[in-house]
Design a protein around this ligand. Structure first.
Ligand SMILES: Nc1ncnc2c1ncn2[C@@H]1O[C@H](COP(=O)(O)OP(=O)(O)OP(=O)(O)O)[C@@H](O)[C@H]1O
Ligand SMILES: [Mg+2]
Length: 358
């Protein structure tokens, strides 16, 4: 579905493939980067929340525009969602880029139309796809670990000082998107919810877990930590669908292997609109989410008999954040976390419907 066919949003402010060249020409920070004449614009359809356009000039220079609408793109105006998420993403990219090179670069931000202009990473592959197709992930976990460590320290009071830290934490309040995380990640998998989708063959295990008091206590402890501890500016939705990977420079001799020593390996995080100040930690966010995605993927592969056993020749590397191999044609694993919003997953009827009774 295209932006134009969805309608909605304030008149004239929703970008379309037709209006993007004019928009770029009207932005001083962008006009010189990609020539409007002969520009090709493609709308990318694999995100849930926002409009994303890849814009290529006839001189092969390119950039990406990402626009937040006042609703969820995939669903339409019936699911309102604040456009301020674009400002949260722009601020998080700026803060994270200041301390790490593993971040998709922000070129421009338009707060009136909620549009981010980003470097074009079309020569990269989304890590989830890369893993699902058996890509060599050597060195990826190390770079992601470096990103998490740099962000955890660089946005903490240790690096910023107390006053700056408090100001930054206050500026990063992201109530509406955090509420989604609180519901989808920390509440509904554990307490159950009408909109959960559970395969019938694992329903008995789900029922057992949802009646396990110790398990529920642990979940509530994680939620409490997420809500009450502010240590660093978290990405907020860090999983294999929000990381780009490229091995081998496009202009170079081609893919190489070698992990840490591979200077042609590029790892870039993106899509940080769920960013907020929160807890760093082994058991919580964000490393916990990356591990959760990976372990649920690995568990899924094991259940379906897709993962080779330890010692199998096709098993590569160890201690990585992703799957080690994947049979062609097997079903890609879904994402977790806020990225779990999918077609068929219906929103609450109204914000009030989400409030606890009483
Ligand atoms: N800088 C970029 N360069 C190239 N492609 C990009 C870039 N940013 C995003 N994309 C493409 O657009 C897709 C959607 O981007 P993104 O995840 O940021 O959008 P979203 O609407 O916020 O998605 P989500 O529902 O996961 O939050 C990505 O999966 C990727 O294919
Ligand atoms: Mg997003």
């Amino acid at each position: 579905m295209t932006a134009a066919s969805q309608g909605g949003g304030p008149n004239g402010t929703v970008l379309t493939v037709e209006t993007v060249p004019g928009y770029i020409a009207s932005r001083p920070a962008l006009a010189g980067l990609v020539a409007a004449d002969g520009m090709s614009v493609t709308e990318v359809g694999d995100g849930n929340l926002n409009l994303v356009f890849i814009c290529r000039g006839s001189d092969r220079r390119s950039l990406v525009l990402k626009q937040a609408l006042p609703y969820v793109r995939l669903v339409g105006p019936s699911w309102p969602m604040t456009e301020e998420r674009a400002a949260r993403e722009a601020a998080a990219i700026t803060a994270h880029s200041a301390v790490s090179s593993h971040v998709c670069r922000l070129i421009d931000f338009d707060p009136e139309r909620h549009v981010l202009a980003l470097e074009d990473l079309s020569d990269h592959t989304v890590l989830r796809t890369y893993l699902n197709t058996g890509g060599d992930h050597t060195g990826v976990a190390e770079r992601l670990g470096g990103y998490v460590a740099d962000v955890a320290f660089g946005t903490s009071f240790l690096a910023l000082g107390e006053e700056q830290f408090r100001l930054r934490a206050a500026e990063s309040i992201n109530t509406e998107l955090c509420a989604l995380t609180e519901d989808v990640v920390f509440t509904e998998p554990f307490l159950g919810a009408e909109r959960n989708s559970v395969r019938p063959d694992v329903q008995p295990q789900v029922d057992t877990l949802q009646q396990d008091a110790a398990w529920l206590d642990a979940a509530l402890a994680m939620k409490l930590r997420f809500l009450t501890v502010q240590e660093a500016l978290l990405h907020g939705d860090l999983h294999s669908g929000s990381v780009f990977v490229r091995r081998g420079h496009p202009a170079g001799p081609g893919p190489t292997t070698g992990g840490e020593a591979d200077s042609t390996l590029s790892v870039k995080t993106f899509d940080s609109e769920f960013a907020c100040y929160g807890p760093i930690g082994r058991t919580c966010w964000p490393p916990g989410c990356v591990l959760w995605c990976s372990t649920t993927s690995i568990a899924g592969d094991r259940c379906c008999g897709r993962l080779p056993q330890a010692g199998h020749p096709s098993r590569r590397g160890s201690g990585s954040c992703g799957r080690t191999a994947h049979r062609p044609g097997s079903t890609p694993m879904p994402s977790c976390g806020p990225g779990r919003i999918r077609s068929g997953w219906t929103p609450p009827a109204s914000p009030a419907a989400r409030r606890p009774a009483g």
